[in-house]
Design a protein around this ligand. Structure first.
Ligand SMILES: Nc1nc2c([nH]c(=O)n2[C@@H]2O[C@H](COP(=O)(O)OP(=O)(O)OP(=O)(O)O)[C@@H](O)[C@H]2O)c(=O)[nH]1
Length: 135
């Protein structure tokens, strides 16, 4: 099965988290699902550089701080196996532009579960909730 390795940013601003909705996709299980912004690591690229590059591509956004890995999730979708490394990042603005996604939400941690997340993101959402609202 095809394997892909991805980085994703859990972006905080004033105790809320930036959640983005993917566009329509032929794979129904990721079509229009909510996710954390990010994307595939390119050959020879570090995780942090991949994260910085994807955030600029998708959002024209540069975080003021990026923490160490928060959680790495391995998830088998029907068509590929995903390894996703998530990182807490911090913003100094609520105004983030969407270059690729169709919608966004800034949500406090207890409300994250109200969104229709991609399946691979559920363990990240659960860990954020378990850890509470602390940054
Ligand atoms: N960025 C991101 N991708 C996720 C998340 N959850 C999840 O299942 N994925 C999956 O991981 C893959 C990431 O691919 P992507 O399309 O965002 O990456 P990319 O921009 O580098 O790809 P592309 O340039 O080939 O379109 C997608 O299949 C996506 O559905 C998430 O929270 N963030």
């Amino acid at each position: 099965m095809k394997k892909i390795e991805v980085v994703a940013a859990i972006i905080y601003f004033e105790e809320k988290i930036f959640c983005v909705q993917r566009p329509e996709n032929k794979l129904s299980y990721i079509s229009k699902k909510f996710e954390f912004p990010g994307g595939k690591i390119e050959a020879g690229e570090s995780k942090i550089n991949a994260l910085k590059r994807e955030l600029i591509e998708e959002l024209d956004f540069i975080p003021i701080k990026i923490d160490d890995v928060f959680l790495t999730v391995i998830h088998k979708y029907p068509d590929f196996e995903l390894t996703m490394h998530s990182f807490k990042c911090y913003s100094n603005t609520k105004n983030i532009k969407l270059n690729e996604h169709i919608a966004h939400e800034w949500l406090p941690i207890p409300q994250l579960e109200t969104l229709d997340w991609a399946a691979a993101d559920i363990p990240i959402v659960k860990k954020l909730i378990e850890h509470g609202a602390s940054i």
